[in-house]
Write a new protein. Sequence first.
Length: 166
Amino acid sequence: MNGGQVQGRDGDGEDAAGSGGTGRRPAPYGRPEGRAGELQRRLAEFAAARRWEPYHTPKNLVTALGVETAELAEIFQWLTPEESARVMEDPGTAGRVADEVADVLAYLLQFCEALGIDVLAALEAKIERNEQRFPVAESDRRADGGADETDGPGGERGKANRHPSE
């Protein structure tokens, strides 16, 4: 994934300049290397052994991801900020949090597998874009951390309440 190249599911390299003239790099494709790729492969093998592939469509997987994210949020729903910061101190709650985090990650990896997205390369590309969109020097000048009527330098109006990672 170096030199402006991304790998497609079929292994062909696509130059970043081929992004339709938008100046944005295309999304990274393929399976990540290392431990994330190994876990993604294991999840795919697990589903294949049970013949679940027909049900693992992008729509179904993203829906399941949303449900698992909601289950994680439910643990924190009525906690104060202070209580939420200490949630891992209780072994029972810590186990529930860890299980829900695992469910969220499992469905995210399966979703990425279904669409051929290298989740780590996509995250790296997003971090790089955010570093450009939200320079430290500009954020340091503002008491509110850089939020404005737009979503950062050159951003669209009406997106001031979005988190920088979006």
